[in-house]
Design a protein. Sequence first.
Length: 297
Amino acid sequence: MMPLLFSLDDAHPLLSPLCRGLHADAGRLERRRFPDGESYLRIHNEVTGRPVLVLADLSHPDDKFLPLSFLCDTLKEMGASQVGLVAPYLCYMRQDCRFHSGEAVTSRTFARLLSQQVDWLVTVDPHLHRYHSLDEIYRVPSTVVQAAPLLADWLGERQEPLLLVGPDAESEQWVSQIAARSGHDYVVGSKVRSGDRQVTVQLPDLSAWHRHTALIIDDVISSGQTVLRCLQALRAQGLNRVDCAAIHGLFADRIEQQLTDNGLRRLITTNAITHPSNTIDLSPLLLAPIRKHLAAS
Ligand SMILES: O=P(O)(O)OC[C@H]1O[C@@H](O)[C@H](O)[C@@H]1O
């Protein structure tokens, strides 16, 4: 039976390519808010016995999680044969530890809550730092898609000598993969974060690459401070041609103009989260794992 694909965001750039690639019908969803702010949601499709996919942008998740839960729960109540979640950006992965007593380890709690709503999960480069696999916290089958090959192929089209720069030790997993596939050199800096927006980045001596264009690579741009400090550190060493590629662009603080003012030439993101910088389409990577889960459930 053809799958149905729902999204809480009709404008998500992955919606059409996934529908086309999976031969899925787009689900018809009616949504509004009651005057008191509660959600009204109505599904206008017959879902009994049908496999259903939900595409969810989980950036800024606190307002989105409840409607998503209502949708998934209703689909199951109405008899969908399976409800799979495609969340290109998986939120609540960065608080992966109780750094101070009493802190909520929100990655674990969120994983428990989401695991109750869906039968499987496909996501792209979740922030696996202290966790090695989503299976440590998620209780449903999941597939992690890596965007590195797409980023590396995109880099392969560029002629100029590039130095790939990971701002911190966590970024090495992405930058090293992209460097190996694209053949460019890479370095990794060291970052100290003393607050949500207080970040310092130190880079090794880059004099061997002073003629190169630097490309900062990171998994997620949230406040943008990591990229900003890395950009400033590069320019302080005389590397004046600096671009940045990130998998997930949250841009929580709308820092784009500040990055440009500090000399960033080009900003590139995948279409996991809608943003004018979206350059790399993730849909070719998502189709195979989605088909695999659809067939297995
Ligand atoms: O500095 P902002 O943009 O706030 O946060 C993003 C950074 O924080 C890390 O967890 C990410 O891997 C990335 O390096």
